[in-house]
Structure formats: C-alpha cells, structure tokens
Design a binder for this molecule. Structure first.
Ligand code: PXP
Length: 250
C-alpha cells in the first residue's frame, strides 16, 4: 500500500500563533524526501488550517503529487483549476465539525452536505457535472465515501474512478467489541468497489496502532494518514514519524 500524508495539522499549529512556524512548505519538502506517494491538504471553507498560499506553494514542488481535499463548491473548483493539484478529493464539509465526519452522501439519502440549493436526490448528478472541468484539466478526482454499498454504487454513476473509504468508524471501534463489525463493513465495501473497477484508498482516524488491519483488505491502493503522524512528529521529528508509518503499511 502507498502512503499519502495529510499535513493540515502543521498549519493548525502554525495558526495557533498566527505566525509562520511551523512552515507548511518545509514540512511538505521533508515529507516528499521521505518518499510519500502523495501529500494531502484540505482547504476548508473557514481556512482553519491550510490557506490558499500553502496549497499554491506546495503544488509548486516538482515531482510531488498533491491531493487537494475540498468541498464541491464553485469557489473550490476554481481554486483547484488555478493550482492544478495531482488530485482533488471531494469531501463533505460541515461548518462546526472538528474534522471531516462522514463520507460524501453521493447516494443522496441524508442531509445535503454541499451547496444549499442542491437537493439530495441530485447529488450524484451534481457531482458528475461538478467534476467535468477537473477531468478536462487533467486533474484526477476522488470521492470520500463511507463504506456503504449504496454510496459506492451511486459513485459509479458520477464517472469518478477513485474512492477513499472512510475508516473513522473502524478506527473508533478498534479494540472494542464493535471492531470486527466495522472492519467487515470496510472490507466488504473495498471489495465491492474494486469489483466495480474503482481504485480504492482508505483513511481518516488511522493510527500507528490500528493501521495493521488494512493489510487484511486486498488491493487497497493508498492510505491517507495525517493527525497521528503529525502528533508523533512532535516527539520524533517528521521524518521518523513518516518512515515508521510507511514501514507499517508496506
Ligand atoms: N481522509 C480525509 C478525507 C480527511 O478529511 C482526513 C483528515 O483531514 C484524512 C483522510 C486524514 O485523517 P487523519 O488526520 O485522522 O489521519
């Protein structure tokens, strides 16, 4: 499995003092030297961590694949087209969430999670239209989804080829009597998505302790890991923290 590293929380720490340190660009350079497959940054509507300038600078690093996590809004799409990341991963954003809480409701059954004027039943259709200019520009597009058959099948109708399955429920259940149930949901969803021809990635909430079970899911392409790596980096430095995660998922 490949490792994608999310560096949002370097920016969280920087923003705590409103200054320049720790430097997000420097962190991206370090991470790229450690041979990560890609580097992820989530530019949220409220800019609570990553800012536009961070994305611009990091996207200019030669050879580095940058994934821009973003809501499905016109503003974000326009920005993405201006910086040309390797990939855009479409995620739902809720105003008061501490972190991304759920996968995108592409099957459109729950509360709409994007532009207010988009009715739930049109979400797959909306996404299909939304991503066309990104594809046209040569940007890869992924969707962040809960491990749910309905969502995966709805995603198939959008034209997206790459999914990231949400591992939050598995991560929260790890070590409890819910672990097996949540793990199986992930495994079944990953297999189903692969049968439908998707590139299947996974992430959110993974840690050094719980990541090992991802090896039990055949064919996972990439894991996206952020908070646990940045948290460890405070004690060990970024490079050893990344290298250890790479060792665990190889
Ligand atoms: N994947 C997605 C879609 C996310 O939103 C995040 C967090 O921004 C991650 C992966 C990484 O999650 P964590 O920081 O818990 O490793």
């Amino acid at each position: 499995m490949l490792l994608g590293v999310n560096i949002d929380h370097i920016a969280t720490l920087r923003n705590a003092r409103g200054g320049k340190e720790p430097d997000v660009y420097k962190a991206a350079l370090f991470a790229s030297k450690c041979g990560v497959h890609n580097l992820t940054m989530h530019l949220r509507e409220d800019r609570r961590h990553i800012k536009e300038d961070d994305v611009r600078k990091v996207c200019s690093i030669p050879e580095l694949k940058v994934t821009l996590e973003m809501a499905a809004t016109d503003e974000m799409r326009e920005f993405a087209l201006s910086v040309m990341p390797y990939k855009c991963c479409i995620v739902p954003e809720r105003k008061n969430e501490l972190t991304t809480e759920k996968g995108f409701d592409v099957a459109g059954e729950n509360i709409p999670m994007m532009a207010d004027n988009v009715m739930p039943e049109y979400q797959a259709q909306y996404i299909a239209e939304f991503i066309k200019p990104l594809f046209k520009a040569g940007i890869k597009v992924g969707l962040f989804l809960d491990p749910d058959k309905k969502q995966i099948e709805a995603a198939k109708t959008t034209g997206v080829k790459s999914l990231e399955l949400n591992t939050t429920a598995y991560s929260n259940a790890y070590g409890t009597n819910m672990e097996e149930e949540e793990f199986l949901k992930l495994k079944i969803a990953a297999e189903h998505a692969q049968d439908l021809g998707f590139e299947v990635n996974a992430g959110h909430g993974l840690t050094y302790n719980n990541v090992h079970r991802m090896h039990e899911i055949k064919g996972l392409h990439e894991l996206n890991v952020g908070h646990t790596i940045i948290a460890r980096a405070i004690f060990t430095g970024l490079e050893p923290a990344i290298i250890e995660m790479k060792r665990l998922i190889l």
